[in-house]
Write a protein of this length. Structure first.
Length: 118
């Protein structure tokens, strides 16, 4: 089992920045992929950024060049630095981890709300 706790969400004006954190606990040594997803009202959950233990990252098209995902392995924490925010970035942001190679299990955090005002 892996437990995930997100923080850092809030209300920000367009053009502003926020930094989200996700702290993992439990079977963290088995995590091979971490990621951030978001869900806007009335829309499906979408990938924002992903990060493997090898350091490879990928981003959703709408956030490339504005968001940066990183992790501090010593603190079992993943971050999402969000710059140049716009109202379309509004939504609930979820931390996700994948554990195991043969049989993959996924874990989700409770989510943190990000609201960008115009």
């Amino acid at each position: 089992q892996v437990q995930l706790v997100e923080s850092g969400g809030g209300l920000v004006q367009a053009g502003g920045s926020l930094k989200l954190s996700c702290v993992a606990s439990g079977r963290t040594s088995s995590i091979h992929t971490m990621g951030w997803y978001r869900q806007a009202p009335g829309k499906q959950r979408e990938l924002v950024a992903g990060l493997t233990t090898g350091g490879n990252s990928n981003y959703g098209d709408s956030v490339k060049g504005r968001f940066t995902v990183s992790r501090d392995n010593a603190k079992n924490t993943m971050y999402l630095q969000m710059n140049s925010l716009n109202p379309e970035d509004t939504g609930v942001y979820y931390c996700n981890v994948k554990v195991g190679r043969v049989i993959v299990a996924e874990y989700w955090g409770q989510g943190t709300q990000v609201t960008v005002s115009s």
